[in-house]
Ligand binder design. Structure first.
Ligand SMILES: O=C[C@H](O)[C@H](O)COP(=O)(O)O
Ligand SMILES: C=C(OP(=O)(O)O)C(=O)O
Length: 440
């Protein structure tokens, strides 16, 4: 199998590295570094995603739009996990469904952009493409792509994943901590109070289980998986290893990787590379996707029709999902293809305010999710999960939600390096809404 056949194809959204020799050195170094995840863990996630495709579990996938090197701190990682755990417990308890927890973490350092350059006050510089490629500051030095950043992305991913593993396996994710996840600014919000009630019910259920002598391992730790958009192919190729058990290639930079809306060209480099690796993979599908496009992607990426291998992450926008999703789901279901369907209610709902802030309305996010459930319920197919951009902090990047953030508030704590994220209260609101939709 030629793992490098993608090199002969058109690869969209790649940086123009100024010095190919430097890139070669970095890639050689990355190639000798240990895996961040094990192939067996990727297989385990694939099995869980197969359950999602069968309608037996639900995916909660989320994290920053763009992770940053300076953001890889204990507080940040803990706050993100706390949010994810709170959302997952709401979905599990109120939605009555097993939740597969996947972070957009430990590798989400590269961004596709609509325009290759950015202009400010008449000065034009390369667009920021994520910390893996260049710096956020608007200076020629920062915006120059630097291949040594690939190595920094690896180390930052390792640090983040190490923390995430420690938090999820070392007691923090224990169900007895269910109240601790609800502290600070989130606790006083309506969803925070609703959560507290739910946590009390969980306490009682746990006490009852303990009294019965039952205390399964699952109550003390959670399975948590990493994922990112595998955009910069030099990075993901350098971290692809042959699994000693099976002799098959896995991208060991994350458990799951996905192809973005801007790089899913059927004859492009990304699809070719993804066809070779054995991880569970996702493909983002935007409003221009036809059923034929999706069927051709299935043929290339999952010819064996293995459940759990391929997840479609739709991101149509609230105003389009009810018109565009049914045709796609109908034809793909009729073809017999086994895919999991996940809704990304963020990327089709972005707009810019007159103040120049990229934002999203929480109402649009909720509406797209509602549309996703309506379409799948009407067709008898499984609404398999959500894919969101969120943070564990009290940021003001999306409009509306529990604390009613309005346009004038956006500048207060607008901290994203790329697209606007839900804050923790908004994320919790969403989790309650999704749980209702799931049970309904
Ligand atoms: O996160 C997604 C994309 O990278 C992002 O939406 C592109 O943003 P842009 O239109 O500002 O380039
Ligand atoms: C770029 C992203 O999304 P999309 O490919 O759907 O635009 C993303 O999820 O970061």
């Amino acid at each position: 199998m030629d793992l490098d056949s993608w090199r002969a194809l058109q690869a969209a959204q790649q940086p123009e590295w100024p010095d190919p020799d430097e890139l070669e050195k970095v890639v050689a170094e990355l190639g000798g570094l240990p895996p961040l995840v094990f192939a067996g863990e990727c297989d385990q996630l694939k099995d869980q995603l197969a359950a999602v495709a069968r309608g037996e579990a639900f995916v909660l996938q989320g994290g920053d739009c763009a992770e940053t090197f300076t953001g890889a701190t204990a507080d940040n990682v803990r706050n993100k996990l706390k949010t994810l755990l709170q959302m997952a417990i709401v979905l599990t308890y109120a939605g009555r469904v097993p939740v597969v927890k996947i972070g957009r973490v430990a590798g989400q350092f590269a961004k596709p952009r609509s325009k290759p350059t950015e202009v400010r006050d008449g000065v034009e510089l390369p667009a920021y493409r994520g910390d893996m490629v260049n710096g956020f500051d608007f200076t020629p030095e920062a915006r120059r792509p630097d291949p040594w950043r690939l190595l920094k992305a690896y180390h930052s991913s390792a640090v983040t994943l190490n923390l995430a593993r420690a938090f999820t396996k070392g007691g923090y994710a224990d169900l007895r901590q269910v109240h601790a996840w609800n502290q600070d600014f989130v606790a006083g919000s309506p969803s925070g109070r609703r959560y507290e009630q739910l946590a009390r019910e969980i306490d009682q259920a746990l006490a009852f289980m303990r009294a019965c002598g039952a205390e399964p391992e699952e109550f003390h730790t959670v399975e948590f998986y990493s994922s990112h958009e595998a955009l910069i192919l030099d990075y993901d190729r350098a971290l692809t290893r042959i699994d000693s058990r099976t002799g098959l290639p896995y991208d060991v930079s994350a458990h799951m990787v996905w192809i973005g809306e801007r790089t899913r060209q059927l004859d492009g480099a990304h699809v070719d590379f993804f066809a070779k690796i054995r991880n569970p993979i996702g493909v983002k599908l935007g409003p221009s996707t036809t059923a034929d496009d999706a069927l051709a992607l299935i043929e290339k990426l999952n010819p064996a029709n293995e459940a759990g291998r391929l997840t479609f992450i739709t991101r149509f926008g609230a105003s389009k999902i009810r018109d565009l999703l049914p045709g796609l789901v109908k034809e793909i279901t009729a073809s017999g293809a086994r895919v999991a369907w996940i809704c990304d209610p963020m990327h089709g709902n972005t707009f810019e305010t007159p103040s120049g802030h990229k934002t999203r309305r929480v109402d649009d996010v909720l509406d797209e999710v509602a549309g996703f459930f309506e379409v799948h319920r009407a067709l008898g197919t499984h609404p398999g999960g959500i894919h969101i951009e969120f943070t564990g902090d009290d940021v003001t990047e999306c409009l509306g939600g529990g604390h009613e953030i309005n346009e004038a508030d956006l500048a207060t704590r607008y901290e994203t390096a790329c697209d606007p994220r839900l804050n923790r209260v908004q994320s919790l609101d969403l989790a309650f809404r999704v749980a209702e939709l799931y049970r309904g």
